[in-house]
Design a protein around this ligand. Structure first.
Ligand code: GDG
Length: 476
């Protein structure tokens, strides 16, 4: 009899009816197994708030742990978002090393492990999400948890050299090896993760491709995440009131939708749109860039800096190109309703995804799903977004090359219908193949069939099934 599913993620839906692709996929998986979902409570801890608070119970239970303000600063804003996030996104120049960040990160993971350990049965499956919980499996193992534990990293796996930026670089491989399955977004991420293990004298490669690390075996595989394709397409099919969306934005509309994060390449995107405006013929149809960029992590200095930089570029370009009845860049620094967003994607003739680094990028997939297949818009996609690995028929661009991106905007606007349809059909196929329901079921079925872990001696007498024999360690 299989056990229940236990999910751990930083964010946890607090409302009764969860929405959004990832949340719905996890919700559906949990409903099937009657499990438990644990995440961080949006409210700071009060006195005595160091346990788990139940926030919803249906066919499964949702519980939250509270962070104190100090934990929020040092664990969430600190180690997670001022060390791990920049490290994984190629911005080691932004990494802030503070002892209290790492200490609090480890302490929060230790506390969450203590809160969870007694609720995890030996036959349960635990699915841990993202860089906030890298050491969680190690802490759970220390408490004697033998259940299968899988990890999914939503952001890029860092290159080997960048890991040396961490205060204790050797911990990274040790943290990951306490999981049974490490899931990554792309084949490129998987290659980087395996390279890390190859260069580590504590790791050996098994014949079946798994990695033996000290007394444990971990499988590493890619599971490209997607969206709820059909539901999003349905949302985008214009209800009447959406027909007018963006009507006053000129004949040519290009859209960008991103949390205002330095990894998304927004300054170069704006510069590229400016270069496109500079190059166009005086009698060309008016073109607008609509950029939706809700705020995120604003207490981190690097996020305040990117906002200032972007607003300065938008102001300068609008000053140079606006006319009395025309503003070419519309920059919205707050979130818009999801249905409105879907309608705007469908209205826009092109979408700009210009990330300098990105685990996958769901905006690229949402834009494609939202199009009218008979008259679709064109996706301009950074080669550095995970989505580019499979969406090869998008207009792929180098986000550091402003001229190339400006040309891509013109190409997208001028592209013949037949080519737009062909490119869109190929991209839509890639979106369907990675639908979020496929992603969740692939990850969980892989977790349930991957090589059983070696059991920790203090809780299990048997060492479990015999391991496959290690092969010669490959040179790094
Ligand atoms: C991380 C990884 C990976 C944005 N603005 C609004 C809004 N959004 C929604 C989009 C999309 C989501 O937020 C953003 O997802 P992305 O994938 O583009 O990027 P991250 O937030 O950085 O996500 C990323 C992802 O995890 C999943 O694994 O793909 O690489 O960085 O769904 O639509 N939604 C609404 N209003 C907005 O203003 N309603």
């Amino acid at each position: 009899m299989p056990g229940k599913l236990v999910v751990v993620s930083n964010r946890i839906p607090t409302g009764a009816a969860p929405s959004g692709g990832l949340v719905v996929a996890v919700h559906d998986a949990l409903r099937g197994s009657g499990g438990l979902w644990v995440g961080a409570h949006p409210d700071p801890a009060g006195p005595g708030d160091d346990g788990l608070t139940e926030i919803a119970r249906d066919s499964y239970t949702r519980c939250a742990f509270h962070l104190t303000e100090e934990e929020y600063d040092n664990y969430y804003l600190g180690f997670a978002n001022s060390v791990l996030w920049p490290l994984c996104h190629g911005r080691t120049d932004l990494v802030e090393i503070e002892r209290r960040y790492e200490e609090t990160y480890l302490a929060v993971n230790r506390r969450v492990a203590r809160l969870l350990a007694d609720r995890i049965g030996d036959d349960d499956q635990v699915w841990v999400h993202d860089y906030h919980f890298l050491p969680l499996a190690q802490e759970l193992r220390r408490l004697g948890v033998v259940a299968r534990i899988g990890f999914f990293l939503h952001i890029p796996f860092p290159p080997l050299g960048a890991l040396s930026t961490l205060p204790t670089p050797d911990d990274f491989a040790a943290w990951l090896s306490a999981f049974d399955l490490v899931g990554l977004q792309t084949r490129g991420d998987t290659a980087r993760c395996l390279e890390m293990f190859r260069s580590d004298p504590r790791a050996e490669f098994m014949r079946d491709g798994t990695v033996k690390f000290r007394d444990r075996v971990v499988a590493v595989r890619s599971f490209p995440i997607g969206i709820e394709t059909d539901a999003f397409a349905e949302l985008a099919r214009a209800p009447e009131e959406q027909a007018a969306l963006g009507a006053d934005m000129g004949e040519k509309l290009v859209i960008g939708v991103d949390r205002l994060d330095y990894s998304k390449g927004l300054p170069n995107r704006f510069r590229a749109f400016g270069a496109f405006l500079d190059d166009r013929a005086p009698d060309a149809p008016r073109a607008s860039l609509l950029q939706i960029a809700p705020p995120t992590r604003e207490r981190v200095a690097a996020y305040r800096a990117i906002r200032t930089e972007l607003e300065e570029i938008a102001g300068r370009l609008n000053g140079a190109h606006s006319e009395l009845d025309w503003t070419p860049i519309r920059y919205i620094h707050h979130a818009v309703d999801r249905a409105v967003l879907a309608g705007l994607y469908r209205r826009a003739g092109a979408c700009l995804v210009t990330s300098l680094a990105d685990g996958m990028n769901l905006v690229a997939k949402e834009y494609v799903a939202a199009q009218d297949p008979e008259d679709p818009g064109v996706l301009i996609l950074s080669r550095f977004a995970g989505a580019a690995e499979d969406m090869t028929e998008a207009l792929l661009v180098n986000p550091y090359d402003i001229g190339e991106m400006a040309t891509a905007i013109a190409t997208a606007f001028d592209m013949p219908l037949e080519e737009r349809r062909a490119r869109h059909a190929a991209c839509l196929e890639a979106v369907r193949e990675t639908d979020v329901s496929v992603w969740a079921s692939n990850f969980l079925s892989c977790l349930s069939t991957c090589v059983p872990t070696m059991r920790m001696p203090e809780r299990r007498a048997s060492a479990g099934p015999e391991m496959t024999r290690p092969v010669e360690k490959e040179p790094s």
